[in-house]
Design a protein around this ligand. Sequence first.
Ligand code: CA
Length: 434
Amino acid sequence: MAMDRRVFLVLLLAGCADTSPQGPLTVISPAPPPPAPSPPPPTMPAPTPQTPVPAGELAFDTWMQDFRGRALAAGLSPDLLNRELSGVIPDPRVISLDTRQPEFSKPVGDYIRGVSSEDRVTVGRNKREQLAFLLEIEARYGVPRDILLAVWAMESAFGQLQGNFDVVRSMVSLAADGRRRAWAEGELIAALKLIDSGEVTRAQLKGSWAGAMGQTQFIPTSFRATAVDFDGDGRRDIWGSDADALASAANLLTRGGWKRNVGWAKEVILPPGFDYSVTEGPREVPAWWEARGVRRADGLPWTAQDAASPAMLILPAGAAGPAFLALPNHFAIRTYNNSTSYALGIGLLADRFAGGAAPITPWPVETPLSMSDRMAAQIALARVGFNPGPADGVIGAGTRRALRAWQQSQQLPSDGYLSNDMVARLKAQAGISP
Ligand code: CA
């Protein structure tokens, strides 16, 4: 999947990242990943370079010369490097996409509604009935077909939008640019090794601007480590074979800790006066939560497997929106893209494919927060003594933790959700003009 899958999860607000075929988009409007230190998801470790990779700006020719040394040390031949890298120059579109900063963050409810559009649900339900190989993949890997269909829908619109960037050139562009050099060089070396092995040609190695390839948007290291040949033709073809692509996604999720017969999340209703400070906190079995008044929104009983599984409370839109107990497989989905909103979107879309309904508690109607408001809230939190980390406008786990602590100090529901109201209160308290 994507991108950097993204790379970054750059999650604004509730930590939502969206993947588009053209690159990972954060929920926030077209938000590409920030210059994040972490590689994109699928979270596969980047290969350790043989020699240290220098950080910072370098002239392109200087970078290329240095990189060739590291590529040779990684086992690639001079002939291959000459053939594949001669004449390659950075693609300005890739750098532009990599440095976009969205002005507004999309409210998570809008994101989830977009993920679960009726058109998409209809297509998914049809494919669910038509594609017999889905049940074979489910039997082999233990990942439900509805989850695989949701990944397929989110990553490439069921294979329709795979991206047409030359992955080698995209990785050259990102590596030479330097913001994510070590990650991009690792992906570049993996892409060159794929070509060198004869498994994939340069012409076939197409993907998003951030190097996410095929129907499941695997970056090259993920492809090498986890793609599988499911249809038995001897090739791992995540571009042209639906069965190979979805089995590869199932394999990635299995390696990410997917547990057979365990759920991903259940919507819950919280009792009046609930202590929201446990949001994104302890992972406890459903009976622990029920002892605190938490009950399933659908009123159904827990399966034996889910009843024995630790679950985390998440409130993607704060106390005003739906609440969920995230079961172990929620976190397996996050190995694909480490975003709460992404994983929730996959799970809710899968529920719809299986015939389920949208969440019972409606998503609140919200105005998107601007970058300056997000940054002002972070500056205000730091000023009043609750360090949220860098004031970068990205509302990640650190900012949410600081926000919960501040809310608790103000006797506000400590849901860690940065609403417009919270921004206004923080700015007022910190003496930042509105
Ligand atoms: Ca195949």
